[in-house]
Design a protein around this ligand. Structure first.
Ligand code: ADP
Ligand code: MG
Length: 666
């Protein structure tokens, strides 16, 4: 029968970090070429003075540490061929550890402590067995006690129950009685003896007390990393027919069971609630980040929508023609004076309107500022001198009265149509001003209609204006010879390009522009203007969102910081978990769950904050609240992603720790 443990020429050299191999002054040769084999079912004590290498030997045999050189066969298989997963599986299923300082998970009940190795082995319901084991070590009254509520001896008994959880074939015990009273240590030793005799478990016990060692079958004495003595005390109670190591059966179950997820969540909640202030501050970062992103996105959306609404009330297939001042346009080569449009230009365009032409109407406006008065009430307002086509072109609607005609215009009639604001200030509410006489710059005008309300935007009050025939305005009010612009309505959207071309030709001919000379006027459709405005509001809202995401980034860095601290603080715990069979994956998931949990919490709170902010903004600006559902989903997904991203590195740091390195960490 092959021995369960066989080592040849096993050495372990500790050298300080960053030390090149070979500098013998700083190196510690803890194990010096040890060769021995241990039979299945044996009870072996390793003794020796402090510093003789007992713990080192046991940690290497127990797969917690790596050897420097030599050969180690565990159940006939060379362990240097095993990968990380298999090593974790072996630690969890093949080996049970009992430490001098118990190493129970703090703030975790005895039952949960005992269940841990079973969870890591993929057992979905370890609790009945955990209870059974605790009963076996005489702690059935202490299932839910936490380590700090138990005596040293009781803690060590929990540790024994934990070591037995996955029915190991070897138990390593490093000075298990070193920290408990002699009475209790007697009990512990009896338990180990029973396990050895009745269940055939191989026990390897490290001690420096000769009377403890006396209870073993075989005593190996170490001195300065070498075997000094190796003597047999009693005959081995050979356990025939013990199972042999089969790798497949030691692979943990692939399915991540519900219990394991629950354990991860439980640990995350414990860890987070232990440091409430730190958790709250880290969460606050994410709340601010997500909150500002949500608020900015929805404010941007609201602004965009309100501008859109205002633009669409203006009619879409309208072309507006403005003169360009060549001097103020650096792209234009020849210096020419600014040429405004005249009534002749308007007439020339009007001649283009034939029954079959794609142009459905032509108009023009001129505007200025005037003082209007009714008796003692007077105010300053905008006057728009318009052609009679204005009503149709601009979709102007009246609440009372009628629009003026081309006849009125030609006769330069002194008639006016008032905006709502003007009516309110000159007549007060509730009075019909149609037919009344007002004064415009001290000249009497008859009111013939009232425009329906258009509402104010952030730039100007669209109701603070009066509309007067263009000829009257030019000659009787403002004294202007030119019009401000020309407008052309196109029958169908798709004809816009053709009409633009047609207008350019007419105007270029009128202005005598030779080929090669740029237009000194611009023809733009409202659609174009709307697109340009849309583009710029979109650009502004993305900019706002981008700035807001910077705060999310900062929040994420805060999370990373907290997680790194958490990893540092819990290094020892990580080592312990690994010693109990946690794989890299398990440790990684544990810390990721923690950071995702913080971020998710922050994300949900941030969503509420962002929503309230945007509700406040929309009250202030007077537009509807738009927090798109996509923003809510995005906030949650995004905060989880932030947790994942910024938790990844700390989690990786944690999972890369070697078990014993972490366990030794102070
Ligand atoms: P024992 O358990 O027999 O008291 P150890 O196996 O703990 O002894 O230590 C053996 C030797 O290795 C000692 O000289 C000790 O100082 C040294 N040693 C143990 N652990 C480390 C370490 N992590 N780094 C450097 N030297 C170590
Ligand atoms: Mg030791």
């Amino acid at each position: 029968m092959k021995p369960i443990i066989q080592v040849e020429g096993l050495s372990k050299v500790y050298r300080p970090e960053g030390q090149a191999p070979g500098d013998e002054q700083l190196e510690v040769k803890a194990l010096d070429s040890i060769s021995l084999s241990i039979e299945r079912g044996d009870f072996v004590a390793i003794i020796g003075q402090s510093g003789s290498g007992k713990s080192t030997l046991m940690q290497i045999l127990g797969l917690l540490d790596r050897k420097s050189s030599g050969k180690y066969l565990l159940d006939g298989q060379d362990i240097s061929l095993f990968d990380d997963e298999t090593l974790a599986a072996l630690r969890s299923k093949k080996i049970g550890f009992i430490f001098q300082f118990f190493n129970l998970l703090p703030r975790t009940s005895a039952k949960d402590n005992v269940s841990l190795p079973m969870l890591y082995a993929g057992d979905d319901n370890p609790y009945p067995r955990a209870e059974e084991l605790l009963k076996k070590v005489g702690l059935n009254q202490r299932l839910d006690h936490k380590p700090h509520q138990l005596s040293g001896g009781q803690q060590q008994r929990v540790a024994i129950a934990r070591a037995l959880a996955n029915r190991p074939s070897i138990i390593f015990a490093d000075e298990p009685t070193g920290n408990i009273s002699s009475e209790q240590s007697n009990e512990i030793l009896s338990m180990l003896e029973t396990l050895n005799k009745e269940e055939g478990v191989t026990v390897i016990l490290v001690t420096h007390e000769p009377d403890v060692a006396e209870r073993a079958n075989r005593i190996i004495t170490l001195k300065d990393g070498k075997v000094e003595k190796d003597e047999r005390n009693k005959k081995i109670a050979y356990q025939s027919g013990s199972e042999s190591l089969n790798n497949d059966s030691f692979q943990t179950k692939a399915s991540a069971g519900w219990s394991r997820i629950k354990e991860n969540l439980r640990m995350a909640v414990v860890a987070l609630s232990l440091n409430k202030v730190r958790t709250a501050l880290a969460t606050l970062g994410i709340v601010i980040g997500i909150g500002s992103v949500v608020a900015m996105v929805s404010v941007g959306k609201g602004a965009q929508q309100s501008i859109e609404e205002q633009l669409s009330s203006l009619g879409t297939n309208l072309l507006t023609i403005w003169p360009i001042n060549p001097k103020s346009n650096p792209k234009m080569t020849n210096s020419r004076p600014l040429r405004k449009f005249t009534l002749e230009d308007l007439a020339a365009l009007q001649r283009q309107v034939t029954p079959n032409s794609p142009i459905s109407g032509v108009g023009s406006t001129v505007s200025g500022t005037v003082t209007v008065s009714n008796g003692a009430n007077n105010k300053s307002t905008r006057i728009i001198g318009a052609t009679s086509s204005y009503e149709q072109l601009q979709n102007a609607s009246l609440t009372v009265g009628h629009f003026f005609t081309e006849e009125d215009n030609r006769k330069r009639e002194r008639v006016a149509i008032l905006g709502q604001t003007v009516v309110k200030e000159l007549f007060g509410t509730g009075e019909n001003p149609v037919g009344k006489i007002i004064k415009v710059n001290k000249v009497e005008f008859r009111v013939i209609g009232v425009l329906s309300a258009k509402g104010a935007n952030s730039f100007q009050d669209a109701d603070d204006q009066i509309i007067v025939p263009i000829l009257t305005t030019m000659h009787r009010v403002l004294g202007k010879q030119n019009v401000d612009n020309l407008t052309v309505a196109v029958r169908e959207d798709k004809l816009i390009d053709d009409v633009t071309e047609q207008i350019r030709n007419v105007l270029r001919a009128r202005r005598g522009l030779k080929e090669g000379i740029e237009d000194d006027f611009s023809v733009r459709s409202l659609n174009e203007i709307r697109e340009a405005v849309n583009k710029s509001t979109q650009a502004i809202s993305s900019l706002l969102a981008a700035i807001a995401s910077i705060s999310l980034l900062v929040g994420g860095i805060g999370i990373m910081n907290v997680m790194l601290v958490s990893v540092k603080e819990r290094t020892k715990e990580i080592g312990l978990r690994k010693a109990l069979g946690a794989r890299k994956k398990d440790v990684m998931v544990q810390f990721l769950v923690e950071s995702i949990l913080i971020c998710l919490l922050g994300g949900c709170l941030g969503l509420c904050v962002g929503y309230s902010l945007s509700a406040a903004a929309s009250l202030w600006f007077g537009w509807s609240v738009i927090v798109p559902l996509s923003a809510a989903v995005l906030a949650v997904v995004f905060s989880m992603a932030v947790g994942l991203l910024f938790g990844l590195w700390p989690a990786k740091q944690a999972s890369d720790l070697s078990p014993i390195e972490a366990l030794r960490y102070e």
